[in-house]
Write a protein that binds this ligand. Structure first.
Ligand code: FAD
Length: 306
């Protein structure tokens, strides 16, 4: 069996693998797509000490760093079940294989919910964005829309209003769902327009985004807003469907972890976007992966026979 088996090969999983392997313990990492969300990212400018890089290049660097150590890398493997046992935890893969480990680190990340309108896919990284902390500065002085009026949408609009020229917040419902304190802050901003009861119908553009169309849900009329960027903020979904029932998840489906990355199951740790850790960012996921690996190592030296 593995001493540490990591499930998920994004920044969190890669950092966990490096930290575990450096302890000289038997380490494996199984993932569907090594690199994770970073593979879908164009520019990365906020991983401190790396002024500027590109997603695929960063993903390759993650894998190279892990390969530098004695780690069993199992790519293109999707986990389908976690089965805690008395001494060993079992991870079952879609391929039919079963892996056993003394400790497991779950780092299966998350995915942004799409609005699924024409233009969204076509203009990803060309005006359609999902992460205001990451891409906000690219729209300095420009006009953007935020789709979604929950906490993340309203937070994004407030954040972006400080950088861009104008923000249009588009909400499907007749009211915003964000906390009142955020709504109050939003209403106090002069360069934000809120449009409610509006269904986004298309994101338009040529080589990059030039506008958004929406339907007024009460009149049925179509309207168009000219802008350079659209931030989709209708939810980040953790990749934890396969863990339901096996350990404690939050009501948003995030794996509940303590300050050492320990989950509700002894010997099972978790890190990164799949967990309750606030703020989903590369540098945070990587730090979290390191922490979970040290948590797992600490667990091993306390529970394993010498
Ligand atoms: P992920 O990167 O999501 O990795 C999850 C891993 O788990 C993947 O290897 C995946 O294949 C695997 N996996 C999932 N389910 C299973 C399963 N059942 N079995 C096996 N493996 C599985 N952050 C920044 O800090 N700066 C940026 O500029 C930035 N830009 C971004 C741009 C875009 C378009 C997106 C989508 C995100 C961006 N982010 C950015 C956020 C950042 O990518 C994430 O916070 C980070 O990748 C999270 O790392 P993670 O390891 O927790 O999860």
């Amino acid at each position: 069996p593995f001493d540490v088996l990591i499930v998920g090969g994004g920044p969190a999983g890669a950092a966990a693998a490096v930290y575990a392997a450096r302890k000289g313990i038997r380490t494996g990492i199984a993932s569907e797509r090594f690199g994770g969300q970073v593979l879908d990212t164009l520019g990365i400018e906020n991983f401190v000490s790396v002024k500027e890089t590109e997603g695929p290049k960063f993903a390759l660097a993650l894998e190279e760093h892990v390969r530098h150590y004695d780690v069993d890398i199992m790519n293109l493997q999707r986990a389908k079940a976690l089965v805690p046992g008395k001494d060993l935890v079992e991870v079952r893969l879609e391929s039919g294989a079963s892996l056993k480990a003394k400790t497991v680190i779950l780092s299966t990340g998350a995915r942004w919910r799409n609005v699924n309108v024409p233009g969204e896919n076509e203009f990803k990284n060309k005006g359609v964005a999902y992460c205001p902390h990451c891409d906000g500065p690219l729209y300095k002085g420009k006009r953007v829309a935020v789709i979604g009026g929950g906490n993340s949408g309203v937070e994004a609009a407030i954040d972006l209003a400080g950088i861009v020229k104008h923000v249009t917040l588009v909400e499907f419902d007749t009211k915003l769902r964000a906390d009142e304190v955020l709504q109050r802050k939003l209403r106090s901003l002069a360069n934000v327009t809120v449009i409610m009861n509006a269904q986004t119908t298309e994101i338009t553009g040529t080589d990059k985004v030039n506008g958004l169309t929406y339907k007024d849900r009460s009149s049925g009329e179509e309207h168009r807003v000219e802008l350079e960027g659209v931030f989709v903020q209708i939810g980040l979904v953790p990749n934890t469907e396969w863990l339901k029932g096996a350990l404690e998840l939050s009501r948003h489906g995030e794996i509940v972890v303590d300050e050492r990355g320990q989950t509700s199951v002894p010997g099972v740790f978790a890190a990164g976007d799949a967990t309750t850790v606030p703020f989903k960012q590369i540098i945070i996921a990587a730090g979290d992966g390191a922490k979970a690996a040290l948590g797992a190592f600490d667990h091993l030296i306390r529970t394993s026979a010498p």
